[in-house]
Ligand binder design. Structure first.
Ligand code: NAD
Length: 487
C-alpha cells in the first residue's frame, strides 16, 4: 500500500523520492510506504487550493453546507472500513474507532454543514448611516494533525474551515498517514471542487513549510506544546493566524460525596481510553482523604479487568501505543515514578499474551498503570506522559485541591465529581482549564467549544466559537446623508 499526497483531487506520490514505512502498532508489521511531500508538492497544493478557494468562497453557505453534510453521510456509510483502517494505523481498539473516531468526524461535518448557511454578520443602525459586518474567509488554511485521533482531528479542522468558505491543506502526523486520505476522497465524492481539501504527507519539515508559506493564511495545529511554540514563533514573522490545540496534565477531582462508582468509571475513561493517548486526559486524579481507600480498591480491581490485546478484536478494551519509541518513553516515565518513590499499584508492564492468550509480544502493548504515594512535584505528576499511566493524589480541603490542581503550566481540561451542585460549579469556576466536566470526563460534543488555557493552546475548535477562528470580520459603513467636510 502507498500513502501519497492528495492534491487537486488526485492521489499522487509527489515530486519527492523520500519515503518511509508506516507500521501497525499492534505487531510492528508494515502497513505501507508513505511519501514525504517536498517544496514542489506544497506549491502544487497551495496553487490548487487557491483555485478552489476562488470559487468556493462565492458559494452560498447552504451550498457549502450541502457538500459537508454529504461527506458526513459518505463517512458514515463506510464506518466499518474506515474504522478498521484507523485501528490498524493507530493501534486503538476497533470498538473505539467504530463508536467514536469516525462518527465524531462525521458529527463535525454535519454540524458545520448545518450552520454554514447561518454564518452572517451584523447590521448596525447609525446616525444618517448604517453599518454591517461580513465574516469573510481567510483563504488557504493549513491543518497539522497529531496521531491519536487522525480522522477526527482532520475533520474538526476541515469542517469549520470549509463551512466558512476557506480551502484547506491538511498534513496528518507522519505516524498516521492513512485516514486523512479517506476524508479527502469523501469530500471529492460529495461534490467539493478539486483542491478544496488537499493532503500532504510528511514530518515536521512539511509542517514548517506550511507554516512558512506566504500564501497560507492560517495554521491550525493539534500537537505538543513544543511544536505549538515553534509554529507560533514561525507564524509570528508573517503575523499569520494560529489555532493551537496542545497537550495537558489535567486534574480530575473526586470529592468525598461523589458517586463512587461513577467517579471510578470516569477515572478509567480519563486515563485508559485510546491507551491513555488523549490530550485532555485527567491524569492527576485527586481523591478526598475520606474515600481514598475505597476509591483505590475499586479503581485497582476494575483496572485489572481491562482487556489489553489485539485492537481488531471487538472484545478488546485497550490496544497498542503508537510506536516502539513512544512505548519506551512511557516506560521511562514509569521508571522515573518508581525511582522518585511513588508506588506502582498495578500495571506498567509489557504483556506477552493478550486476554485471549494470543502472543502480542511483537506489539507496543502496556498494561494500564496506577501510581499511588505520589507527590505533586514528581515528574509523573507534572509532565504529560500520553500513555496509560494514572497518578492518584490525596487531598483534604476544597481550597487546597483547587490550588494544587491549578499548579501546572498546562490548562487543557479538568473534571470535578461531587453531588453538591453548588460545590461543583464553585470549584469548576476556579479551575484554570478550557474544557471542564462536572460528574463526567472526556465527553467532547461538537456543540461545545474545545481548547486550552495557559500553555495548552490558543483558540477553540468545535461549536459556534470555531467560526471566528476561520473568518475575518469586515466592517462596512454606508452613508445615507451628505459627506460633512471642513474643507
Ligand atoms: P507533535 O507535536 O510531535 O506533532 C504534531 C504534528 O506537528 C505532527 O503532524 C508533526 O509532524 C508536526 N510538526 C512537528 N514539528 C513541526 C514543526 N516544527 N512545524 C510544523 N509542524 C510540526 O505531537 P504528536 O506526538 O503527534 O501528538 C501528541 C501531542 O498532541 C500531545 O502533546 C497531545 O496532548 C497533543 N494533542 C492535543 C490535542 C488537543 O486537542 N488539545 C489533541 C490530540 C493531541
Amino acid at each position: 500500500m502507498a500513502y501519497t499526497q492528495f492534491i487537486d483531487g488526485e492521489l499522487t506520490a509527489g515530486a519527492n523520492r523520500e519515503s518511509w514505512i508506516n507500521y501497525n502498532p499492534a505487531n510492528n508489521t508494515p502497513l505501507g510506504e508513505v511519501f514525504q511531500a517536498n517544496a514542489q508538492d506544497i506549491e502544487a497544493a497551495v496553487g490548487s487550493a487557491e483555485k478552489a478557494f476562488h470559487d468556493w468562497r462565492t458559494k452560498t453557505g447552504a451550498e457549502r453546507g450541502r457538500v459537508l453534510v454529504k461527506a458526513a453521510e459518505i463517512l458514515r456509510s463506510r464506518l466499518e472500513q474506515i474504522a478498521l483502517l484507523e485501528t490498524q494505523d493507530v493501534g486503538k481498539p476497533i470498538s473505539e474507532s467504530l463508536a467514536v473516531d469516525i462518527s465524531s468526524a462525521a458529527d463535525a461535518l454535519e454540524y458545520f454543514g448545518g450552520i454554514a448557511a447561518g454564518i452572517h454578520g451584523e447590521y448596525v443602525d447609525l446616525k444618517n448611516a448604517f453599518g454591517y459586518t461580513r465574516p469573510e474567509p481567510l483563504g488557504v488554511c493549513a491543518g497539522i494533525g497529531a496521531w491519536n485521533y487522525p480522522i477526527q482531528i482532520a475533520a474538526w479542522k476541515a469542517a469549520p474551515a470549509l463551512a466558512c468558505g476557506n480551502a484547506m491543506i491538511f498534513k496528518p502526523s507522519e505516524l498516521t498517514p492513512v485516514t486523512a486520505l479517506e476524508l479527502a476522497k469523501a469530500f471529492m465524492e460529495a461534490g467539493a471542487p478539486r483542491g478544496l481539501f488537499n493532503v500532504v504527507q510528511g514530518d515536521g519539515r512539511v509542517g514548517a513549510m506550511l507554516t512558512d508559506h506566504p500564501r497560507i493564511a492560517k495554521i491550525s495545529l493539534t500537537g505538543s506544546v513544543a511544536t505549538g511554540k515553534k509554529i507560533f514563533a514561525g507564524a509570528a514573522s508573517q503575523l499569520k493566524r494560529v489555532t493551537l490545540e496542545l497537550g495537558g496534565k489535567s486534574p480530575l477531582i473526586i470529592f468525598e460525596d461523589a458517586d463512587l462508582q461513577n467517579a471510578v468509571s470516569a477515572a478509567l475513561l480519563a486515563n485508559f481510553y485510546t491507551q491513555g493517548e488523549v490530550c485532555s486526559n485527567g491524569t492527576r486524579v485527586f481523591v478526598q482523604r475520606k474515600i481514598y481507600d475505597a476509591f483505590l480498591m475499586q479503581l485497582k480491581e476494575r483496572t485489572e479487568k481491562i482487556r489489553v490485546g489485539d485492537p481488531t478484536d471487538p472484545d478488546t478494551h485497550m490496544g497498542a501505543v503508537i510506536s516502539t519509541a513512544h512505548l519506551e518513553k512511557i516506560i521511562r516515565f514509569i521508571d522515573a515514578g518508581k525511582a522518585a518513590g511513588a508506588t506502582l499499584l498495578t500495571g506498567g508492564s509489557r504483556p506477552g499474551k493478550d486476554f485471549k492468550g494470543r502472543d502480542i509480544s511483537s506489539g507496543n502493548f502496556l498494561t494500564p498503570a496506577i501510581f499511588t504515594d505520589c507527590d505533586d512535584a514528581m515528574e509523573i505528576c507534572k509532565e504529560e506522559i500520553f500513555g496509560p499511566v494514572l497518578s492518584i493524589l490525596c487531598f483534604d480541603t476544597e481550597e487546597e485541591v483547587i490550588e494544587r490542581a491549578n499548579n501546572s503550566a498546562y490548562g487543557l481540561a479538568a473534571g470535578v465529581f461531587t453531588n453538591d451542585i453548588k460545590r461543583g460549579h464553585r470549584v469548576i469556576h476556579q479551575l484554570q482549564a478550557g474544557t471542564c466536566w462536572i460528574n463526567n470526563y472526556n465527553i467532547t460534543p461538537i456543540e461545545l467549544p474545545f481548547g486550552g488555557y495557559k500553555q495548552s493552546g490558543l483558540g477553540r475548535e468545535n461549536s459556534l466559537a470555531a467560526i471566528q477562528y476561520y473568518t475575518q470580520l469586515k466592517s462596512v459603513y454606508v452613508e445615507l446623508g451628505n459627506v460633512e467636510s471642513p474643507y
